[in-house]
Each structure stands twice: as structure tokens, then as C-alpha cells.
Design a protein around this ligand. Structure first.
Ligand SMILES: [Zn+2]
Length: 49
């Protein structure tokens, strides 16, 4: 399971792969693999501000 972040609105979701359409902004935007940015992966903590 990976974590994906919408490059348009910053929405993140966990899924096997990036969705066709962002559930938050309803755009067919590109999703970046955010998996290694979560604490479990040893990366920096998510910035929530
Ligand atoms: Zn979005």
C-alpha cells in the first residue's frame, strides 16, 4: 500500500496506485508517490500546516 499526494490540491490517500481522478478536487491531476515521506518509511514527518 502506498501513499499518494495530489499535486494539485495536496490531498493524500493510501492506495495500491494513484487514482484516475482526485477525490478531493475532482481533477485528473498527477499524483506523486508520497510513501517515503511518511514516518513509517523513515522519512520526514508530514507537514500539516
Ligand atoms: Zn486534488
Amino acid at each position: 500500500m502506498g501513499q499518494w499526494k495530489c499535486s494539485n490540491c495536496g490531498y493524500t490517500l493510501e492506495a495500491e496506485g494513484p487514482p484516475d481522478k482526485c477525490p478531493a478536487c475532482q481533477q485528473s491531476c498527477s499524483f506523486v508517490d508520497n510513501t517515503c515521506y511518511i514516518p513509517d518509511c523513515g522519512g520526514p514527518p508530514p507537514q500539516d500546516n
